[in-house]
Write a protein that binds this ligand. Structure first.
Ligand SMILES: Nc1nc2c(c(=O)[nH]1)N[C@H]1C(S)=C(S)[C@@H](COP(=O)(O)OP(=O)(O)OC[C@H]3O[C@@H](n4cnc5c(N)ncnc54)[C@H](O)[C@@H]3O)O[C@H]1N2
Ligand code: MOO
Length: 409
């Protein structure tokens, strides 16, 4: 990322992230959600074990349970006495016998060892064992977790494994943080939604779908608003309504210098414009401010500029409303498999792929880097970061941020 920005009128990326983070408030309320709806949410309570895990000593194998004291050290034959199946209460092992047992079944009373069926020889009414190690293949009560033990802390993001762990402790519902409600607004007379026929001069609105996917991927609740026509009255009206309904508004388009770009003007009329223009390419015209109590982020209209600014500037600020420690995506070291001479006062994010060459990670660029394109972003699996004013020669070290890291919370 850029250091202090020397371009008059532009903030550095760090300044923009810091100012935006200060503008966004955490949603106050928590909510109780059924476990199946809690995936991806942040836990809003501390979770303790309700019982030991395992609940009782149980078998790790399909085989035969026995009391090791019943066998001589060289092994031997034990008569077979019934079967202990998973889901049944513990039955008693008669002294001097063995009992068939299945994985997960409670260990019969009196048994201390389980031998897998492939490691012994079954006869009609008995089993012949090699020497055994007492205690083999038994999962002990409480060896994973003891009742009352802290399991998950408030603030933990519930991934698949946390959901599974909560279910294993009998939690049918959990308290989670309410996700920010984000209103999405696409601005421009030229926009038409997929599913409708394009009129003359129209294009399909891709940013609405792109941004909704990004925000949903981070766990936010997304609400759509109608396309904003390029005039001040409509813009003021829609922003006033939407700001009363959402925790945050994110628009795309209408923030550069064009005479049909009314968003900043409308925000100034309704509230306050806090920042405009960031030393980032693509994405320079990014703006944000507040309408009443509701923050607004104006992403640039070019689709790749919308995507990159959402991932690099909005992401850390938005995730800070959800968690105390938003994970900054790791910048992976790579070697440039390209030359870049178009230096700029802005930090440049380039659509790139990583590949292994000569045993090292090499970053390759898409031949087209226009911010008006999306096919290049689909080709890419991440972004190469070129600091301001820094040309790159083939073989130079560069930083690479994988898309998967940016698209996850
Ligand atoms: N004279 C100048 N012109 C422009 C400058 C500048 O500094 N001086 N900056 C350029 C840069 S950089 C960008 S990025 C764009 C951003 O402009 P806006 O945010 O005002 O966006 P629009 O003008 O509304 O649209 C730009 C471009 O993107 C297309 N677009 C807009 N919304 C969508 C959408 N929802 N789905 C798909 N495509 C969309 C729109 O049709 C335009 O082609 O400004 C440059 N101009
Ligand atoms: O910043 Mo614009 O986003 O260069 O296309």
């Amino acid at each position: 990322m850029s250091s202090a920005c020397e371009q008059p009128g532009m903030s550095s990326i760090e300044q923009a992230v810091e100012a935006l983070t200060g503008l966004l408030a955490r949603p106050a309320a928590n909510l109780q959600l059924p476990l199946l709806q809690a995936h991806g949410r942040l836990l809003a309570e501390d979770i303790h074990a309700r019982h030991d895990v395992p609940l009782w000593d149980n078998s790790a194998m399909d085989g035969y349970a026995l009391n090791s004291a019943d066998l001589p050290p060289e092994g031997g034959r034990l008569p077979l006495a019934g079967c202990q199946a998973a889901g049944d209460a513990a039955i008693e092992l008669p002294p001097g016998h063995c009992m068939q047992i299945f994985t997960g079944a409670v260990v019969p009373v009196g048994a201390d060892t389980v031998i897998p069926q492939e490691n012994c020889r079954r006869e009609t009414d008995g089993v012949v064992f090699a020497p055994v190690r007492p205690g083999q293949n038994i999962r002990r009560q409480g060896e994973e977790t003891r009742v009352g033990q802290p399991l998950l802390g408030s603030g933990t993001r519930l991934r698949a494994q946390e959901i599974g762990l909560l279910a294993s402790q009998g939690y049918a519902a959990v308290k989670v943080s309410r996700a920010l409600r984000v209103g999405i607004i696409s601005s421009g007379n030229e926009l038409c939604d997929p599913g409708s026929a394009l009129g003359p001069g129209q294009i399909y609105d891709s940013n609405r779908y792109l941004l909704a996917s990004v925000l949903q991927g981070w766990g936010f609740e997304v609400h759509q608003y109608p396309h904003l026509r390029d005039n001040l009255d409509d813009t003021v009206q829609l922003l006033r309504r939407a700001s009363g309904e959402q925790d945050l508004l994110i628009s795309s388009g209408g923030v550069s210098v064009g005479e049909a770009d009314y968003l900043k003007q409308a925000v100034q009329q309704l509230g306050q414009l806090n920042l405009w223009r960031v030393a980032i390419q693509p994405g320079k015209p990014l703006a944000f401010g507040t309408i009443g109590q509701t923050p607004w982020i104006g992403l640039p209209g070019n689709p790749a500029a919308s995507l990159v600014t959402a991932l690099i500037i909005a992401r850390p600020a938005l995730l800070a409303t959800q968690s105390q420690t938003p994970a900054a995506p790791a910048i992976l070291p790579a070697l440039a498999d390209f030359e870049w001479q178009k230096t700029s006062v802005r930090t440049r994010y380039l659509q790139a792929r990583l590949q292994v060459g000569n045993g090292q990670m090499q970053a390759q660029l898409h031949p087209q880097q226009s911010s008006a394109m999306l096919a290049n972003c689909c080709w890419a699996d991440g972004l190469v970061v070129i600091p301001a004013q820094q040309p790159v020669q083939p073989g130079d070290p560069v930083g690479f941020i994988p898309y998967h890291a940016l698209l996850q919370p």
